[in-house]
Design a protein around this ligand. Structure first.
Ligand SMILES: CC(=O)N[C@H]1[C@@H](OP(=O)(O)O)O[C@H](CO)[C@@H](O)[C@@H]1O
Ligand SMILES: [Mg+2]
Length: 541
């Protein structure tokens, strides 16, 4: 911990880390993210924004996570975390973007003072910022740039060194709730989630083993630590850690990790798992997880975010019902347009739950889930968690079960609430929750896969002149611009059995994404190709 007083001025800090010429930065879906060697100035300036944000919210702790998640090792980035552990509000994303693009140190100071003035911020009031980073080689240098900014702004700093992104979110929430969410230490995190796992299992033992691919990122050492707080493998879960080499930062996310598995629809080549062995992969900062296994014929099966959402919604729905709370608490599921049609169908027609669709990006899903009693949200790629409304938590805490059966369910439900990191999607906590559910159902990955059949689907990227000319409506499912393109897509969709397709500009890459699904692999592939051609032609105009 360092002192609360400024050393050096804002101008000096900005001078120490000058902005490169001609680079335009943007606080995107997941913060600033680009090649690490052009991020120094962004880090210092983002630190100023964090300090201002903390002052704006009465000196509460604001989080800064230095990571580029699933990106290649040479990239890095930074995301800001709000006081309750959620992602930075959109209005402040715009302020961060503008600050990052100021041309001179003097302009940085001017803008810093302008933000303070326009937002009624007293620059002498306390500012508190909590920091962590993933294992990238550039992390130490970029962190020094952050600290220069924080010191110049006179912020109190708490530096946790290496953490997963969700651990940092956890720290922020703990620090601002006086420990109500947990103890703001790494040990506190392991005790909370390890303890809840044990309580939620209620003596049930998961079948087989779980092989966890840690993408050679920060999730590896943190999972190794967490395991020490779980029941011994003889009573609980046997976890086999693979791809946990953080000494070789150039191995991060290479041929492994959640993004590799989801995009390539195959296991990491390094995985030593046998037939039907349950496996999961984390991404580089451990905020996303997907499951998979190979069957007896070496056929690969993916259990992605949609599958986790349906499994979790099924289980929590059952617990609410068997506790006797079904009249008071309603569950809902939030997805994006990328959710497999079969998953949406399963939630609506089998589970009879409400399904909402939001634009891509965790912040939209999280926000929508906050409007539900219990909101289960996952992106297909494995980002997600469960959100419980304050009223729901009160109802559950005050509820008196009327039978031993109800009590049993209620206790499991309470333990699951503690096991879920509802500040943000957390690969470690999500995986433990999946394991608890499978153990209660006495299921392996095969039984889980058997709950419904995914529709074959294809995701393509189309490079166009200017992706910003593609504008969507209806949670990104309809193209409104360029005009007339949606009609052409609709005409192709009509020709395919169980066809569905949409195109939207990516928020993180310079491309338009095309998604298509259909009754067969051939139909899905064909539809995706046709829609990609339509987009390519429209984008060339
Ligand atoms: C289809 C897809 O997987 N899109 C990803 C990707 O967004 P795009 O806007 O599609 O580039 O990165 C986001 C941030 O990590 C993640 O939230 C989202 O799910
Ligand atoms: Mg991530």
């Amino acid at each position: 911990m360092t002192g609360a007083h400024s050393s050096g001025t804002i101008v000096e800090a900005a001078e120490m880390h000058p902005a490169p010429n001609g680079v335009v930065y943007q606080y995107g879906t997941a913060g600033f993210r680009t090649k690490a060697d052009i991020l120094d100035s962004v880090m210092t300036r983002c630190a100023l924004i964090a300090a201002l944000r903390s002052r704006k919210v009465g000196g509460q702790w604001i989080g800064m996570m230095i990571t580029a998640s699933h990106n290649p090792p040479e990239d890095n980035g930074v995301k800001l975390v709000e006081a309750m552990g959620n992602m930075l509000t959109e209005k402040w994303e715009a302020l961060a973007t503008e600050m990052a693009n100021k041309p001179t140190p003097e302009a940085v100071l001017e803008y810093y003072e302008e933000i303070a003035f326009k937002n009624n911020i007293d620059l002498k009031s306390p500012a508190r910022v909590v920091l962590a980073r993933d294992t990238r080689a550039s992390g130490a240098r970029l962190q020094a740039c952050v600290i220069d900014g924080l010191k110049a702004a006179g912020a109190e700093i708490r530096d946790f060194g290496y953490l997963t992104t969700p651990q940092l979110h956890y720290m922020v929430r703990c620090l601002n709730t006086n420990g109500a969410y947990g103890t703001p230490t790494e040990q506190g995190y392991y005790e909370k989630f390890g303890g809840a796992f044990k309580r939620a299992l209620r003596g049930k033992k998961p079948t087989g083993t779980l092989t966890v691919d840690c993408a050679n990122g920060v999730g590896g050492p943190k999972l190794a630590e967490l395991i020490k707080y779980l029941p011994p493998k003889s009573e609980g879960l046997e976890i086999i850690i693979v791809n946990d080499n953080v000494v070789k930062p150039e191995a991060l996310n290479v041929e492994c990790g959640a993004d590799f598995v989801k995009t390539n629809q195959r296991a990491p080549p390094s995985s030593g798992a046998g037939p039907n062995d349950r496996c999961c992969s984390l991404d580089g900062d451990a905020d996303r997880v997907v499951y998979y296994f190979k069957d007896g014929n070496s056929m690969f099966h993916l259990l992605d975010g949609d599958r986790i959402a349906t499994l979790v919604a099924t289980f929590l729905g059952d617990l609410v019902r068997t506790s006797g709370l079904a009249d008071q608490i309603k569950l809902g599921v939030v997805q994006t347009a990328y959710a497999n049609g079969a998953a949406t169908h399963f939630v609506k027609d089998n589970l009879k739950l409400k399904v909402e669709c939001t634009p891509t990006g965790v912040k939209y899903l999280h926000h929508e889930a906050e409007g539900m009693d219990i909101g289960v949200y996952f992106e297909a790629n494995g980002h997600g968690t469960v959100v419980f409304s304050p009223d729901t938590l009160k109802t559950i805490a005050a509820y008196e079960p009327r039978s031993p059966g109800q009590k049993e369910s209620l206790d499991t439900l309470k333990a699951c609430i503690d096991l879920i990191n509802s500040a943000v999607g957390d690969a470690l906590s999500d995986a433990l929750l999946v394991e608890v559910i499978l153990a209660h159902k006495n299921w392996g990955a095969e039984e889980w896969l058997g709950t419904y059949n995914d529709l074959p689907n294809r995701l393509l990227k189309v490079i166009v002149k200017d992706r910003n000319m593609f504008k969507t409506a209806d949670a990104e499912r309809q193209l409104v611009k360029p005009e007339g393109v949606q009609k052409l897509i609709d005409a192709e969709v009509q020709k395919v059995r169980q066809g569905r397709s949409f195109a939207r500009a990516s928020g993180t890459e310079d491309a338009v994404r095309v998604y298509a699904e259909g009754a067969t692999r051939a139909e899905a592939d064909d539809l995706a190709r046709k829609v990609a051609e339509i987009v390519k032609a429209a984008g060339a105009a």
